[in-house]
Design a protein. Structure first.
Lengths: 271, 407
């Protein structure tokens, strides 16, 4: 799966994570990108996130409970406790939300790790909310249930004018999305999304930074190749070669790396 | 310009240049994503002022959400998914656009070897299913999608009520093979190469191809939000031209075999090259079909790609048949389909690309013997149509004419 950094949307403002989360990012610091790129694979990013979050989930959950306890508890008690199903069919540790959501007062159902099991579990356990990795292939299984059964959880709408939209979008950016039963007020989901965001938001930031760093490295290599081609063929200096590329980019309204890519591609054809 | 001798063909004039040059286009890992893969590998967009960035998505729900948020500009999409969103069936509602059809045919139904044997011995699907001694379980890809509708149609054509007599589940295509291996799944309908993979591993046998259900049915389309077309019309045109040239490339000799090699790579589909190639080239082994078994078609001199509103009307009719939409969707079907299908934009792009414009859809006999007279579809369902009463319009009567449908 291509993980592509998203530049075109305005980033939604995530809820403010506890201090330990920020500390993870700052300790990697100025050498941070190099530190991150030396980490091999997504698992290590998750571990880095875990080291911070081992304590921060507790902090956030406690903070939520401490400050919002009255409101949250009253809300859930007034309308019943939310039954939450976690779908754990991808590498993303969605199951780690269990404790924090339980602390919020959710009733946590047994997790489902395979799409085939979802129809039976949704039918018999009647979850109010299903939490799933945004990249999970099993989302389509949930879509089927939503269409065929009016009582089944349906996709949480991210596109309404609802005030919680930015929170939901932030959670989706962090890789977590939800399906909820019709009639469930979105603000009852807000604490759940806050928990998911706290757990996964900085992991998503780290991942995005890693992707960006790798992409910048690849771009730089391409530009170097283009410069060398021009220097060799036209017997000019590096600065002159760079200036030619930049002028072409500006004249064409294109990114410099795109011009470099075209030049390298044509040169390969010309031999 | 001193560097002009070095670089790619000159950029299009400012008057014709696309408004947006860098496009993010989503796809799902299936063989019929080939036009997008070809367009990217050959950078066919550059000639039209576009740089494509392809994004592999793990689910159709993700494709839908990312189209709606704008994270994707356009996507390889199940035909039906577009109308599911347009009508807000079980999910978000938004004005959508079909820019062009990317392929017709190329899908299939595969069942367990024992069920395939029972079908051969009894010669009757209903009897074969009854021999299971329990409710059969069949998987497809998305509730409003092509595979769900074709599977339902295929069952009903053989006297089986897909709502009452079959357990229908959505399983991601890449997982369908594993599900057959674990047991608990009797058959599935989805795109290739998963049928070829199941068969090669002895976990299933392909018993029907989609061209047998509805010859030359629309399958995947190039979809986007309608406001993308409104805001970036030149970009949309450039994108259609790019994909048209990719589709045309795929029809040339030797090219599908080459594309199979690319599709086999993990970044695209990640399945054995030979299995992808066989089905792309129309090799179905010993399978017999009612009609000539039609391979997936991407271009066919432009016959494939025209976004006929009648295709959309067919889907709306089937949604009504299975109780997924109300009578008002039927009454408005022609108008909905006309608004979704970007025929004017497509015709302009096709002409610019030298692709014949084939605007009359063909009538076809479907597997239940009913004729879909596509050219008359728009007339079936005009508001104030044949009888002037919603629910009794021509499309409504067409739907009511099915013996097996939701009650």
């Amino acid at each position: 799966m291509a993980i592509t950094p998203n530049d075109s949307r305005k980033p939604a403002a995530p809820s403010d994570p506890a201090a330990p989360t920020s500390a993870v990012v700052s300790t990697t610091g100025g050498q941070g990108i190099a530190g991150v790129t030396s980490v091999s694979g997504v698992t290590d990013i998750a571990n880095v996130a875990n080291i911070a979050n081992g304590t921060s989930i507790t902090n956030i959950a406690n903070a939520t409970n401490a400050t919002n306890a009255t409101n949250a508890t009253n809300a859930t008690n007034a309308k019943g406790i939310l039954r939450v199903l976690l779908v754990t069919d991808t590498d993303k540790p969605i199951g780690e939300l269990r404790m924090a959501l339980a602390r919020l007062g959710c009733e946590m159902l047994a997790e489902v790790a395979k799409p085939q099991a979802l129809p039976r579990v949704v039918e018999s356990e009647r979850p109010d909310v299903v939490i799933i990795d945004t990249e999970s292939p099993s989302r389509d299984t949930l879509e089927q249930l939503a269409v065929m059964n009016a009582a089944a959880p349906r996709p949480v709408l991210m596109f309404s004018a609802d005030g919680n939209q930015s929170l939901i979008r932030a959670a989706v950016d962090a890789g977590v999305t939800a399906y909820s039963v019709e009639g469930l007020a979105v603000d009852r989901l807000a604490p759940i999304f806050e928990v998911a965001l706290a757990r996964f938001a900085h992991e998503e930031k780290l991942r995005a930074r890693l992707v960006k760093a790798e992409s910048e490295l690849a771009d730089r290599k391409l530009i170097d190749r283009a410069k060398r081609l021009l220097m060799d063929r036209r017997r000019i200096s590096e600065q002159e070669a760079y200036a030619l590329l930049r002028k072409r980019a500006m004249d064409q309204g294109e990114k410099l790396v795109e011009v470099a890519r075209q030049l390298v591609s044509i040169a390969e054809l010309l031999g | 310009m001193s560097t002009s001798s070095w670089l790619a063909s000159d950029a299009p004039s400012p008057h014709g240049a696309p408004e947006k040059r860098h496009l993010r286009v989503g796809f799902v890992a299936l063989s019929d994503a080939a036009p997008l893969v070809v367009a990217k590998r050959l950078e066919l967009g550059h000639e039209h002022g576009l740089t494509l960035e392809l994004s592999r998505e793990s689910s159709w729900a993700a494709v839908r959400d990312k189209l709606l948020t704008g994270e994707l500009d356009a996507a390889h999409s199940l035909y039906g998914l577009v109308y599911g969103v347009q009508l807000g069936i079980g999910g978000p509602r938004e004005d959508m656009a079909v820019l062009m059809v990317l392929n017709r045919n190329g899908q299939a139904v595969t069942v367990t070897p024992s069920l395939a044997d029972a079908m051969t011995h009894t010669g009757d699907l209903r009897e074969a299913l009854a021999s299971l001694g329990r409710k059969p379980v069949f998987a497809q890809t998305f509730p409003t999608g092509t595979h769900a509708m074709f599977l339902n149609y295929w069952f009903a054509a053989q006297g089986i009520d897909p709502l009452a007599d079959v357990s229908s589940i959505v399983i991601p295509p890449a997982h369908m093979v594993a599900a057959m291996e674990e047991g608990g799944l009797d058959g599935f309908c989805c795109g290739e190469p998963w049928h070829a993979v199941a068969q090669a591993r002895g976990l299933g046998r392909t018993v029907a191809v989609s061209s047998d259900i509805w010859p030359n049915h629309p399958e995947k389309v190039l979809a986007c939000r309608r406001d993308f077309v409104a805001r970036y019309p030149r970009t949309a045109q450039a994108l259609v031209r790019t994909l048209l040239s990719a589709c045309r490339w795929l029809d040339m000799p030797g090219h599908r075999a080459e594309a199979a090699g690319w599709l086999a790579e993990p970044a695209w589909v990640g399945a054995p090259r030979d299995l992808i190639a066989a089905r792309l080239l129309g090799d179905f082994g010993r399978l017999q079909g009612r009609h000539a078994l039609l391979a997936v078609s991407f271009f066919d001199e432009g016959v494939v790609n025209y976004p006929h509103p009648s295709d959309g009307i067919w889907f709306i009719g089937q949604y009504r048949r299975w109780g997924m939409v109300g009578a008002e969707a039927v009454a408005g079907a022609a108008q909905t389909a006309a608004e979704v299908s970007q025929t004017a934009l497509y015709e302009t792009a096709a002409r610019a690309e030298g692709v014949p414009v084939v605007s009359s859809p063909a009538s076809e006999v479907l597997c239940d013997g009913k004729v879909w007279v596509a050219a008359e579809a728009a007339g079936l369902s005009a508001v104030g149509g044949l009888s002037g009463l919603s629910g009794l319009s021509g499309l409504g009567a067409y739907v009511d004419g099915f013996a097996i449908r939701a009650r």
